[in-house]
Design a binder for this molecule. Structure first.
Ligand SMILES: [Zn+2]
Length: 100
């Protein structure tokens, strides 16, 4: 996509602000902002910015987060078990030394 004002290709989807944007949305047009000259214009909807694409991205990151959480838990479990074992051993040593 090229900016109609300066012809640069550094454009990004603009955040919807105006009620007129909704009308354009019905015409499958989306507001864009030029990163070079900051001109705001309308162009065809970028498939990457549709709600379904956003939802899929969101879901993917959520799934990634869950996977990281599981990974962390599986790494933390042996450490916690070792700590509990050490504590039990310390109590046992104290119990043994109480006889002498
Ligand atoms: Zn421009």
């Amino acid at each position: 996509m090229l900016c109609p004002k300066c012809g640069d290709s550094h454009v990004r989807p603009s955040k919807r602000l105006a009620p007129a944007d909704i009308v354009h949305r019905f015409k499958s047009e989306e507001a864009y902002r030029c990163r070079e000259c900051h001109a705001r214009f309308f162009g065809p909807v970028d498939p990457r910015t549709t709600w379904i694409a956003r939802f899929q991205r969101q879901f993917a990151t959520h799934r990634e987060r869950e996977r990281l959480k599981l990974k962390l838990r599986s790494k933390l479990t042996p450490v916690i078990l070792f700590g509990i074992g050490l504590a039990v051993f310390a109590v046992f040593l104290r119990y043994l030394s109480s006889f002498s």
